[in-house]
Design a binder for this molecule. Structure first.
Ligand SMILES: [Zn+2]
Length: 1058
């Protein structure tokens, strides 16, 4: 092998992925031991995953608390938030991180390479030399406040998680499976009682042992020059490692590789059937959860790991798969979903089977039922036709994912390889290999042997999560008693001292980042971003008659197909192996009483029997199996790309060679589906069973009540909100029992109305130039559509209520017994239209308020008033919103936000150029990300031109407008559009909160001038008989991905994805 090096870095291993133009190179410094993996592929976004193997043998939460402290400042940059401030300037939406059971991963994504390389040494400085001060420990990890209550960012986070069913069950499983010497037993997030006694010195020691260069791997995914990357590390990172005396080469003496050279290497010992019951606090005792665990193969056995993955898909992935059919797709389901998971460990893997929302009466017996079913499958053998379609489809999905995300698809594989793989790169080849060709040759016997060996093993661990209302009460009482004792013990003096310490710690963090630290970091050139080009052409009934001549390659190609079309179709070509066909049908002409039936019609698509025009009838299972064979993805939903929800969208993605059959499917699904009593029952039962779970989600309840207030009954999508579902799902379930024919007739009326010729719009995206006749198949399959121009689009602004158009005075405070904090939406009306002259300035203004490390971040999140505070803007409805997520008291957070906005408007809070720069740069990232893959770029081209009525490359146009926005324009739009949110005479509000908080919040809003209406959402035991999530549908680059929606929203930063 040719040895290659660059400065201190030697090439350890290079793999060219055989099935995609991606090259993976692993480098390591012979001086410091620092590892770097570059996953090289074409993409406008560069991503970083900086991994540390973090093993811990107790529940102190050192890995997780340290993860938080890393963001509090570093040796060279000793300011809280400086990293995100600089990240924003580097065309990024900020940093993130997560702590898993075996590693902590720090992430960053930037548009273009320049910003990434600038930020890299700053980020690594934070990881290697975080300040870890006492004061950051106090605010970020744990403290006792002046009232004697325990708090701190990590503490509150774990408080929100520790007693949830998921965490309780996972921890119980870890304790039951692993020996006391194994690190896999630990709660790496930190248990509350351990966090209460944790000291910053313990975290510092932990950092000293594990955050060493030979235990860190910088994974970089995307297009950038490897020399430039290694150059930055060589010149800006390595010298400081050497200076700190931490350069001991790849394998210092005495170093024990985490998990592999420690007692954690031992696999779990489970003897026979080991069963555990965990109670979790829940007032509604109707449903619990169940998990089963098995010990799986070594992660180095890639073939078996892949086979297990495919087996799980075969068993559970659709309504036609054996376990879903038996456990979920029945009128009284045993659970709302069953899923298989595999987790990589040192020399083995953990296999889990998880059942969601299990009615309590089935909790004790469900595992035996599964066992019997699996044994029956083993005895009967697999449906090999279906298995071969599962394999083929999984391969296509991988190809499609590679097209959409490039080498980023491999980031998890590379993280696992770093933690567990051969340090000389010996496993990398196999990890990046593909095993479909081998697995295609497997017989039914091979598969059933695998199933018996791993999932019918005599050794199994079953964990049952049982809801307990009594436990909810005891926990509350115990916690109150503990705090009372703590207050007693501390005494007034002790409390006063803690209060002072907390205030001092907060003050230290308010230390401003010197402007020159920020401005010395240049804002990269927007021209450094490469955009994916899309060729676009439109065919309308009139244009195809007139045969207007177009000049582009695509237009010529479309014209070559002389078939006249009766409908309007937009073609958007990108470099791709796939083609997606989308139909959008207007719901505008539906009478209001049919709108819930339109929702039901949508739920039944892809899930019902079909009578094909040639006379054959396919059962719903045959439909699903055939669709799985012929398509890569199929999906339906309201709206496209997060806008225009009054369009019912049905999408199918196929390999380009299957274009004709994709279109035929689309026609059959829309026109030929048959509504049967049995399928309607199952569809409604699944949604009904999921309603209790939806009611536990304060955020979606708030959103649902808000939509009820702001939009009238002509907005179909309102019927998808939890408060609407609570009303119409039981009603319709009863109607199906009493008069199914009546329901079917209404569904047929819906179909008739939304399939009238003028209701249709068509979009074809992907590899159009590769289609010999792009129009012929559309014409043949939709020949029943008479020529018609599409009806005018209905905007959500057309469905605003009086309060939605002119928000004023009204506030709803809803008591929700299933939550502990509060959630809020405050809204005012700005303007409607995607090309409004104020929209660029308003976008900047909102970003200035709620971007990472911005004003709301500091004043609200930073001071513990809410976990999240976001501004929202819908250019379709004109509503501009301020939202609060998990707030102890939303009214206090509202007051604080009002202070900030007023302060900015009256000049008492300065709007600095650096805030403007940060907002502009992070919007650059957001816009680039919207069009970062061929699939997204093609859909955006359609949505921009055909729906939003703006230019094809609107994102790039907006970029130029953003650049031109001045601080005075931002202040102007703040005054005109944002300030009104905090003025009761121009705004409305919806709050969902724990019953104990409702009085306070309502009183606060009343004192502000709102007319407060109190409501209560009861948890009604009788409606909780069944369980399920609304049919989750496929959507990779399909229309409904919400991340690219017009809503201006932020993920909360640093959530632990575990
Ligand atoms: Zn955290």
């Amino acid at each position: 092998m040719v040895s290659e090096s660059f400065g201190n870095f030697d090439l350890v291993k290079r793999v060219d992925v055989s099935y995609s133009p991606i090259r993976v190179s692993k480098w390591r410094s012979r001086v410091t031991g620092l590892s770097v993996v570059h996953i090289d592929y074409e993409a406008p976004i560069v991503k970083g995953y900086f991994a540390v193997a973090t093993e811990i043998f107790n529940d102190s939460g050192c890995p997780h608390t340290l993860e938080h402290l890393v963001f509090m400042g570093s040796e060279k940059y000793p300011y809280k938030g400086v990293l995100d401030n600089l990240a924003n300037r580097a065309f990024s939406a900020g940093t993130n991180a997560w702590t898993a059971n075996d590693s902590t991963i720090y992430t960053i994504a930037t548009a273009g390479q320049q910003g990434f390389l600038q930020l890299l040494p700053v980020y690594v400085d934070h990881i290697l030399y975080p300040t870890m001060t006492n004061s950051s420990f106090v605010t970020e990890v744990h403290h006792i406040d002046g009232k004697g209550e325990d708090s701190g960012v990590v503490y509150s986070e774990m408080q929100g998680r520790e007693n949830t069913s998921g965490d309780l069950m996972a921890l119980r499983a870890q304790r039951a499976a692993y020996s006391p010497t194994s690190a896999y037993r630990s709660e790496t997030g930190g248990l509350m009682e351990a966090l209460r006694v944790l000291s910053v010195d313990t975290i510092r020691d932990y950092h000293g042992s594990y955050y060493v260069p030979h235990n860190i791997c910088l994974i970089v995914a995307g297009k950038l020059s490897t020399e430039a990357l290694l150059g930055v590390l060589q010149d800006q990172v390595e010298p400081s490692i050497i200076q700190h005396g931490k350069a001991h080469g790849p394998r210092p003496e005495g170093w024990k590789r985490p998990f592999l050279e420690t007692p954690s290497v031992e696999p779990p010992v489970i003897r026979g059937l080991h069963s555990e019951v965990v109670e979790f606090p829940e007032k509604d005792e109707s449903t619990g959860e169940m998990a089963m665990y098995f010990v799986g193969p070594s992660p180095k056995d890639q073939l078996t790991m892949k086979a297990i993955d495919l087996l799980g898909i075969y068993l559970t992935d659709s309504a036609a798969s054996p376990l879903t059919k038996e456990f979920v797709e029945i009128p009284s389901p045993y659970c709302t979903y069953v899923a298989f998971y595999e987790d990589t460990r040192s020399t083995f893997s953990e296999l889990a089977v998880y059942f969601g929302s299990v009615p309590s009466e089935h909790l004790d017996t469900l595992d035996e039922r599964l066992k019997a079913t699996l044994q029956r499958i083993v005895a009967e053998g697999l449906d090999m036709d279906r298995m071969s379609s599962v394999i083929a489809r999984d391969r296509l999905k991988l190809m499609s994912a590679l097209e959409n995300s490039g080498g980023d698809v491999f980031s998890n594989v590379i993280i696992n390889d770093f933690v567990y793989g051969d340090s000389e790169g010996g496993d990398l080849d196999k990890s990046l290999g593909e095993y479909y060709d081998v697995l295609k040759t497997w017989t039914s016997k091979d598969w059933t042997n695998l199933l018996s060996k791993y999932y019918d093993a005599p050794s199994r661990l079953v964990v049952r999560g049982k809801p307990s209302a009594a436990l909810a009460e005891t926990l509350e009482k115990k916690e109150k008693a503990r705090v009372a004792a703590q207050v007693e013990q501390l005494g007034p003096e002790g409390l006063a001292r803690l209060e002072r310490e907390l205030a001092a710690a907060k003050e230290e963090h308010e230390k401003h980042i010197p402007e020159e630290v920020l401005t010395s970091f240049p804002v990269p050139d927007v021209n450094s971003i490469s955009w994916i080009s899309v060729q676009s052409a439109k065919s309308t009934p009139s244009s195809s008659a007139a045969q207007k001549s177009g000049s582009s390659e695509l237009e010529k190609h479309i014209q070559k197909d002389a078939t006249p079309l009766t409908m309007q179709v937009q073609f958007d070509h990108v470099h791709s192996d796939f083609t997606s066909i989308h139909t959008l049908m207007s719901l505008a002409q539906l009478p209001d009483d049919l709108r819930p039936y339109a929702m039901l019609y949508q739920m039944c698509l892809f899930n019902s029997p079909i009578n094909r025009p040639d006379g054959t009838r396919l059962t719903h299972e045959e439909v699903i199996n055939a669709l799985d064979k012929d398509t890569v993805a199929y999906d339906s939903g309201l709206g496209m790309d997060g806008v225009f929800s009054e369009l019912l969208r049905v999408s199918i993605k196929v390999e380009s060679t299957k274009y004709d059959s994709g279109i035929a499917w689309l026609r059959d699904v829309i026109f030929q589906s048959e509504f049967t009593k049995e399928r309607l029952e199952v569809t409604l039962a699944k949604v009904q069973q999921s309603i209790p779970e939806m009611k536990r989600d304060g955020n979606s309840v708030t959103r649902s009540v808000f939509n009820d207030l702001a939009f009238d009954s002509t907005l179909t999508s309102k019927n998808a909100g939890v408060t609407s579902l609570m009303e119409w799902i039981p009603r319709m379930a009863a109607e199906v029992q009493e008069n199914v024919q009546g329901v079917i007739e209404k569904l047929e009326s819906v179909r008739r109305l939304i399939t009238s010729p003028s209701a249709f719009r068509f979009s074809v995206t992907g590899n159009i130039l590769g289609l010999p006749t792009p129009k012929a198949s559309l014409a043949a399959n939709f020949k029943n559509l008479a020529p018609a121009e599409p009806q005018a689009l209905r905007w959500s602004s057309d469905a605003l209520t009086g309060l939605g158009k002119n928000p004023a005075k009204k506030a709803v405070v809803l008591s929700l017994p299933t939550i502990e904090s509060s959630y809020a939406i405050h809204a005012s009306q700005a303007f409607v239209g995607f090309d409004h002259p104020d929209s660029a300035a308003l976008r900047i203004a909102l970003e200035v308020l709620d971007g990472t490390e911005s004003f709301l971040w500091k004043y609200i999140r930073g001071s513990g008033l809410a976990y999240g505070a976001n501004m929202g803007l819908s250019l379709e409805s004109g509503l501009v919103t301020f939202g609060l997520y998990r707030s102890p008291n939303s009214y206090k957070a509202f007051q604080e936000a009002a202070k900030v906005v007023r302060g900015l408007c009256d000049g008492s809070i300065e709007l600095k150029q650096t805030s403007m720069d940060a907002a502009q740069s992070s919007l650059v990232y957001a816009l680039a990300r919207r069009v970062a893959s061929p699939g997204k770029a093609a859909i955006t081209s359609f949505v921009n031109q055909a729906l939003k009525g703006v230019s094809q490359n609107w994102e790039q146009d907006v970029l130029a407008q953003l650049k031109a926005v001045t601080p005075s324009q931002v202040l102007d739009v703040l005054k005109r559009y944002v300030l009104p949110i905090f003025d009761p005479s121009a705004s409305i509000a919806v709050v969902a909160c724990a019953p104990g908080k409702a009085d306070d919040i309502a009183a606060g809003l009343t004192s502000e001038g709102f007319e407060v209406e109190r409501r209560t959402l009861e948890v009604d035991a009788t409606e909780l008989e069944v369980v399920g999530s609304i049919e989750g549908s496929e959507s990779d680059d399909g229309g409904s991905s919400s991340d690219s929606s017009e809503e201006h929203a932020h993920l909360d930063v640093h959530p632990e994805l575990r």
